[in-house]
Design a protein. Structure first.
Length: 280
């Protein structure tokens, strides 16, 4: 009986301690809140970043974005406003703050074209469901008309409309899938923390991977970029002689292209545990 009692007590103590203290990410988050309230912005950023390594939330990235904005590190602010909006896309306050951060960074905002608006990554599930509904509902109506409706003209025109509707929803699903795939490879150009307050400094896209190579073009802090894929469908990266990783990237509009160093951009969706942290 004694070993069983001891185990029960240990389990109870463990449960009570976890209940009272909360999860590790919660402790980091509230440590960040306390540091921010006391005016220690650097310490608050540290705690929030530690929490972000464990889990993600709109509040967490919104707080980080606001802190970076106060520190005039607008590239980092834009990165975390975008992360927060991925988790809470209907938050108008985040959208307004993001636009203000773009203005302060003098960085062009995301292009709000037709495809991006209506076939964005967060609409992929909707288009998949609509495509399935159009197919199966149309199939059932087709079977009914084929066997029970004597008018072949009605069947003909319905079939044309069904094929046309299926083609449209299928194409919409395809466009949304492309947006989804690009979102997983999207990054935000940032400067190292100690340099980002210098608004005259840009991020270089180099002709070849390596510090000694000349810049092909430049990006502004906060500007969106897409990491290219190689022939095998894998992200194009290269490790330079000094051990740093470089990625072949292009601007969102495709007009700028070159190699960027791993610490000069932040992934919009973290490559580690991305399926756990963000739902697309």
């Amino acid at each position: 009986m004694k070993p069983r009692i001891v185990l029960t007590l240990l389990a109870l103590i463990s449960f009570l301690s976890s209940f009272l203290m909360g999860s590790e990410e919660d402790r980091f988050f509230y440590d960040g809140v306390r540091a921010e309230a006391s005016g220690d912005l650097d310490q608050a950023v540290y705690f929030y970043l530690q929490a972000a390594k464990l889990s993600h939330s709109s509040n967490l990235h919104g707080n980080l974005a606001n802190l970076y904005f106060k520190k005039k590190q607008f590239g980092h602010a834009i990165l975390h406003f975008r992360k927060a909006l991925l988790l809470q896309p209907t938050n108008k306050e985040l959208s307004i703050n993001l636009q203000f951060a773009y203005e302060m960074a003098k960085t062009p905002p995301l292009s709000n074209n037709f495809a991006y608006s209506y076939f964005a990554s967060d609409t992929f599930s909707f288009w998949c469901a609509l495509c399935a509904v159009v197919f199966w509902l149309g199939f059932l109506v087709f079977i009914y008309l084929f066997f029970f409706n004597p008018s072949r003209a009605v069947l003909f025109y319905f079939t044309i409309g069904w094929i046309f509707s299926g083609g449209l929803t299928g194409y919409a699903t395809h466009l949304s899938h492309i947006q989804n795939a690009e979102l997983l490879r999207e990054g935000i150009a940032i400067l190292p923390t100690e340099n980002e307050a210098n608004q005259t400094k840009n991020i270089s896209l180099r002709r070849f991977a390596g510090e000694t190579n000349s810049a092909n073009t430049t990006l502004l802090p906060g500007q969106s970029l897409i990491i290219d894929l190689g022939k095998e469908g894998k992200i194009r990266s290269h490790e330079s002689a000094d051990g740093k990783n470089w990625f072949l990237a292009r601007s969102q509009d495709g007009k700028k292209k070159g190699w960027i160093k791993e610490d000069e951009f932040g992934w919009l969706i973290d490559r580690k545990n991305r399926t756990k942290t963000f739902s697309l």
